[in-house]
Design a protein around this ligand. Structure first.
Ligand SMILES: Cc1ncc(COP(=O)(O)O)c(C=O)c1O
Length: 356
């Protein structure tokens, strides 16, 4: 028997979630964000599901872009952090990629290129991560237009996932003030802005997390926004045992049994991407019944409370997150965000496609 840990990807749900983006941003063009291996879902799988529907794809590296081109993806592909070295310009040209330009050193590389390229100038409207400060924009535009590159403008919001955060309006105003004198297309909104800041949408939206059926907000889950979870992480019970009252379970005896009880061992651990700090009390579904993780996950296994499932047996299915158990809930228990859980699970998982 092969190890039963699996990531099940509901391909049809990606398309359904994309339709939610279209409904929320009916006048915008869509750049589907598929970086980090499609948020852990498989970049080619996600891109193929959206090819012919989305207006472009956003990735974080040349390698991801080339993977998509070699898989037959013909839509525009945007390098969201631009090139990391001057030598990447060759591939940007060869693979007909679009690029963000966020810094002086990249500007110099693009200014020296004879080919006409399609670039997104990143404006730092207040997040202070990437982008040119507003006063630098005229110089950046002049240099790129001298090279007859076609330009668009993009900025990224720091706090759109916080409803009513004042900084969102401030960033949007700063962005518009910097670029409104140019007659170029613009993009601002990520998933949280698409879902809750409709006035922020601009000509392009850049949804990531919502395509995967997950809520970007702390207080909700994807289904509250009409989204369907795409990833289900599943495994099986590989051991069931009776443990005496007062006995400790797992490393550091992280859980002391309050009564005599049945404990299950699941073939899934932090080596598969389960968060190690999701300890006792974190929900998990065993044989269709919700119960709790007990103690601390080890590299390949975690332990579960089988008291609510007296009939549980070796081989029974376990869902760590997915359709029956929102990843948002697991993230809350692990004091992290669902983005991290989705991206991390790809390390050694076996993927299975569903509803392709
Ligand atoms: C520049 C940029 N745009 C869009 C996104 C998509 O964000 P989200 O997954 O929150 O929709 C990201 C993700 O981090 C990003 O870095």
């Amino acid at each position: 028997m092969t190890r039963p840990a699996r990531v099940i990807v509901d391909v049809a749900a990606i398309v359904e979630n994309f339709k939610v983006v279209q409904k929320k941003a009916p006048h915008a063009r869509i750049m589907a964000i598929v970086k980090a291996d499609g948020y852990g879902h498989g970049v080619v799988r996600v891109a193929k599901a959206l090819a012919g529907r989305t207006d472009s794809f956003g990735v974080a590296s040349l390698e991801e872009a080339i993977t998509l081109r070699e898989a037959g993806i013909n839509e525009p592909i945007v390098l969201l952090e631009g090139p990391f070295e001057a030598s990447e310009l060759r591939e940007i040209i060869a693979y007909q990629l679009d690029s963000v330009i966020h810094s002086e050193h990249q500007l110099a590389w693009f200014a020296g290129v004879a080919e006409k390229l399609s670039v997104w100038i990143k404006v730092d409207s207040g997040m202070h991560r990437l982008g040119f400060a507003p006063p630098e924009i005229p110089k950046v535009v002049a240099l790129l237009q001298a090279g007859s590159h076609s330009i668009r403008f993009m900025t990224h919001l720091a706090s759109a996932h916080h409803p009513n955060d004042r900084s969102v309006g401030e960033q949007v105003a700063t962005f518009h003030c910097a670029i409104d004198s140019y007659n170029s297309e613009t993009s601002i909104a990520n998933s949280s802005a698409v879902l809750s800041w409709p006035t922020v949408q601009a000509q392009w939206v850049r949804p990531g997390l919502m395509l995967y059926g997950v809520s970007p907000f702390e207080a909700s889950v994807g289904s509250d926004h009409g989204l369907q979870p795409v990833m289900t992480v599943a495994s099986q019970l590989i051991s069931v045992r009776e443990v005496a009252s007062g006995s400790g379970v797992g490393y550091g005896r992280g859980y002391i049994c309050p009564t005599p009880m049945r404990v299950g061992v699941v073939a899934f651990g932090y080596g598969d991407g389960y968060p190690r700090n999701a300890t006792t009390g974190t929900p998990i579904v065993v044989a269709g019944v919700r119960t709790q993780v007990i103690g601390q996950a080890s590299m390949d296994m975690l332990t579960v409370d089988l008291r609510p499932i007296p009939h549980a047996a070796v081989g029974d299915p376990v869902v760590l997150w997915g359709r029956e158990l929102p990843v948002e809930e697991i993230a809350r228990h692990a004091a992290t965000i669902p983005y991290e859980l989705l991206c991390r699970v790809r390390m050694r998982a076996r993927y299975v496609e569903f509803r392709k």
